[in-house]
Design a protein around this ligand. Structure first.
Ligand SMILES: [Zn+2]
Length: 254
């Protein structure tokens, strides 16, 4: 009996048994099986599917499948921008999101400081980076050429500079990030957006000097860290300004 390789992305994995989630797996083909039939036989309703690629080519639900073909199935969820799938090396649409490899923690922190979504862990393996980049339409940032040669990585950037500040400036230029920064809008630790918080709600948690000197606060909804424009803040802002030559937009937190 003929078989194909299937890979379901993002939310579609919820319909699969655990063994088949987030990975490619073999499926036996019924006779004259269409893409729709094969996908639904795996438990995924056709209404949840926005894009099917058969050996990298867009396909309809009616496409007949053949021995050895690789079927990639994507949901309609907006996290995955479909347009870039049809162009070579164009960055994903919308505000770019990144994933930094395990040597680029400093760069990840600076990108978060500038308001960009940058996933980072110091124990990522190459395979995990490739999977996250594919699943979440992230641009892979690395100094490892071999990593960027992984076929499944569609968007990536080799980072030439060695120091975090210079790396940041390099990425800002390459992806035209000036004008799209939102400094101090994201938690440096958790990589999630900060929320405005009233001073009265958190005053008990503030150091005495901060209570009297600061008026505006943001809080990370995950780790509960509170951010305010203190000396640490000013130092970070200077760093950003140097990297971006950013002198006009001082209103980021005012
Ligand atoms: Zn946090």
């Amino acid at each position: 009996m003929a078989s194909v390789t299937l890979r379901f992305y993002a939310e579609l994995n919820a319909f699969l048994p655990p063994k088949q989630r987030q990975r490619s797996f073999e499926a036996k083909l019924a006779r004259a099986a269409t893409a729709k039939h094969t996908i639904e036989a795996c438990g995924v309703p056709h209404t949840e599917v926005a894009l099917i690629l058969v050996d990298g080519e867009p396909a309809t639900f009616k496409r007949l499948l053949h021995e050895g073909e690789r079927i990639a199935v994507f949901p309609s969820f907006q996290r995955i921008a479909l347009a870039p799938l049809f162009s070579l090396n164009a960055p994903p649409a919308g505000k770019p999101r990144f994933i930094a490899d395990c040597h680029l923690g400093g760069l990840a922190r600076l990108l978060r400081m500038a308001g960009f979504d940058c996933t980072f862990r110091n124990d990522y393996r190459d395979r995990e980076i490739a999977e996250l980049a594919a699943n979440e339409e992230r641009i892979v940032l690395t100094r490892d050429k071999q990593l960027l040669m992984i076929k499944s990585i569609r968007h990536g950037a080799f980072v030439h500079a060695l120091k975090a500040e210079a790396q940041f400036a390099e990425i800002v230029r390459r992806f035209a990030l000036i004008g799209r920064c939102a400094p101090f809008s994201r938690c440096l630790i958790c990589n999630v957006p900060l929320a405005e918080v009233e001073k009265t709600a958190i005053v008990e948690e503030l150091p005495p000097a901060v209570r009297t000197s600061q008026a505006h606060f943001r809080r990370c909804p995950r780790c509960r860290r509170i951010y305010w424009p203190g000396s640490h803040w000013q130092r970070m802002r200077k760093l950003l300004e140097r990297a971006l030559a950013w002198r006009t937009q001082q209103e980021a937190f005012s």
